[in-house]
Design a protein around this ligand. Structure first.
Ligand SMILES: *Cc1c(COP(=O)(O)O)cnc(C)c1O
Length: 348
């Protein structure tokens, strides 16, 4: 393998032969009329897998979070969210722009969690001075970090106790589940369901590590999903013969969950390969995302370093804090080439 090693994101994967065959063979209908059999099959599959009554197929994770937040919250409501969560930081402020839902962002702890005391302190009393605290939104994995399951249970139990709804941005829920299964000796599907069942709604992306070209699903109660369907329509996300995409997502659920462990192993291989290089601080990856900070003199050489990586065909994101993401379309040889390119620059 000598093409570029694209570690920018796990979104860059190409559908496999098997996935393409499933897409070609998918029976199609018109999902706006609710009669696309492949969309319906996907929605039923993910809902029953995660223990929900219903699910909704949407084009993107951004739209899935938007449908989720706007189905939980009215104008003037507030959702409590982490500063670094996608649904707050990386979605153009959609919940505020389209829904007049006010975010209440909180700082993260080093492990990615939101401190229970901070959540509790952010919940406003019923008083006309305040927005109505309505929803707690968490993300798992967050920047590749697995939220400790005991924490997820505690935070969501507290939110429920305080009358808040709970939404999970589980774009990488199955990465979390695979990492959790590795730690508990359990099964990834069981762990995914255990995490999901702490929430009233869960969004899952198929276009990340699961390797499908397009699509996410939002899961929740039947009544919640009926509201989300209306938001999806308003957002322009109601698609017609969407089964051609849903078939890829179904294929991913059948074939690409357990193999996420390979991506996690490759992220560790990359971290090990970069260990001990002067000027690089390498975070131990918990799943498929590796952050590497340039320190001291290496920081001043950032532009030259990025140019070198580009010339060597190694792609990442970031300037001083580089992000490398492993996925279906990188293998050990690719990771080793990335290590060699980086070591080559630092002369070690
Ligand atoms: C990628 C991602 C999304 C949204 O994805 P798009 O499909 O690009 O809109 C949402 N949440 C998290 C955590 C993500 O990583």
């Amino acid at each position: 393998m000598s093409g570029p090693v694209d570690l920018r994101s796990d979104t860059v994967t190409q559908p496999t032969e098997g996935m393409r065959a499933a897409m070609v063979a998918a029976p199609l209908g018109d999902d706006v009329f609710g009669d696309d059999p492949s969309v319906n099959a996907l929605q039923e599959k993910i809902a029953s897998m995660l223990g929900f009554e219903a699910a909704l197929f949407v084009p993107t994770g951004t739209q899935s979070n938007l449908c989720g937040i706007l189905s939980h919250c009215q104008r003037g409501d507030e959702y409590i969210v982490g500063q670094m969560q996608h649904s707050y930081r990386w979605e153009g402020g959609g919940a505020a722009v389209f829904g007049s839902v006010q975010p209440q962002p909180l700082d993260h702890q080093p492990d990615g969690t939101l401190a229970l005391a901070d959540i509790e302190a952010a919940i406003k009393p019923d008083d006309p001075h305040f927005a109505r605290s309505r929803l707690l939104a968490l993300e798992n994995t967050l920047g590749g970090k697995l939220l400790p399951f005991a924490y997820v249970e505690q935070a969501t139990a507290m939110a429920k106790d305080k009358g808040l709804a709970r939404h999970l941005d589980g774009a990488r829920l199955f990465n979390a589940a695979v990492a959790q299964a590795a730690a508990t000796g359990g099964n990834a599907r069981t762990e995914a369901r255990r995490i999901a069942q702490c929430f009233d709604s869960v969004s899952v992306c198929f276009s990340k590590g699961l390797g499908a070209p397009v699509g996410s699903t939002l899961c929740g109660s039947r009544e919640f999903i009926a509201r989300a369907r209306r938001v999806r329509k308003m957002a322009g996300g109601a698609m017609r013969q969407a089964g051609v995409l849903a078939a890829a997502a179904s294929y991913a659920l059948d074939h690409h969950i357990d193999r996420l462990a390979d991506d996690h192993a490759l992220a560790r291989r990359l971290a090990q390969g970069l260990a001990g290089i002067d000027g690089l601080q390498v975070e131990a990856p918990q799943t498929n995302i590796l952050f590497v900070d340039l320190k001291g003199a290496a920081r001043d050489r950032s532009a030259a370093f990025l140019k070198h990586l580009a010339e060597q065909g190694v792609r990442s994101t970031g300037l001083y804090r580089l992000r490398f993401v492993t996925h279906l379309d990188v293998d050990a040889a690719g990771v080793d080439r990335a290590v060699a390119a980086i070591r080559g620059f630092f002369g070690s």
